[in-house]
Design a protein around this ligand. Sequence first.
Ligand code: PEP
Ligand code: MN
Length: 334
Amino acid sequence: MIVILKNEADSQKVEILRQWLENQNVEIHKSVGEYTTVWGLVGDTSRIDADLIEGLEIVEGVRRISEPYKQANRKFHPNDTVIDLGGSVKLGAGNFQFFAGPCSVESEEQIIEIAKSVKEAGANVLRGGAFKPRTSPYAFQGMRSDGLKLLIEAKEITGMPIVSEIMDASHIDLFEDVDIIQVGARNMQNFELLKQLGKLDKPIFLKRGLCATIDELLMSAEYIMAGGNEKVILCERGIRTFEPAARNTLDLSAVPILKEKTHLPVVVDPSHASGIARLVKPLSYAAAACGADGLMIEVHNNPQQALCDGPQALTPDKFAEVAKGVQKILNALK
Ligand code: PEP
Ligand code: MN
């Protein structure tokens, strides 16, 4: 349920309403806009008489949110959410960011070299997988905690915040110095993991499941938010369809649809969506043009030798070219 307060509402009366609502065992999430203040009520609102509240002179309107996702809903929080990614990097509401780096951390030399080059090319966040969800148990599984240590070293050298994927809640402590925790497509509906991440005060980069609907993605975000962590970044990374020409099908319509439904930032990952390096540039341009808040792009200094996802990795030079082009599109749309 949301309560929309009148602009000129008397502050004493507002305070009385706040206390009354809190006595009904609901939590109030305030969202202050230019023209109105919206209170999102979290908890069991079924016994709250909406007509009674609507009748108060300080209240503009009361609406029940019919969608099952509440805190992720734009009705609950009309303004775009801006998420602090660490350092001075912000995402959302016009703050566009590049998350770039290799699929996997492979060695100290590799991650430091790539980190420096993506930073120079305009990336603001360094990505790198340490725990890798591979289809085959015989494929490279990632450097695990050693990989995280190298990523943290790259962060210390470059000053870039870092993002890495978690696969199990028992690893949370290992991610203490990781700025943003990624939940991969395969774990989007690992609800126990989402609940644990909901207890953290750290941005969560939530990738859409291979066969998940937009509403299912939002419900997974809701799991994290229901635990108290409101810093959720949504990522469209391609879905599985009947079309085999690319690794997945990039669902770009998800971007404007998500923007209508939610206030959370939306990032597009054209690397996993296409699986093909030469498709990354056109898909990045399209994502920027249709309203994405950022791009996650895999970059490798030697794609042919990459231990994971080489065919979709851009070289640092190619990434610099894409970043430049995207910036031109963003400027043209301002
Ligand atoms: C990744 O980002 O390296 C990854 C495994 O992505 P996804 O979960 O989208 O497949
Ligand atoms: Mn990858």
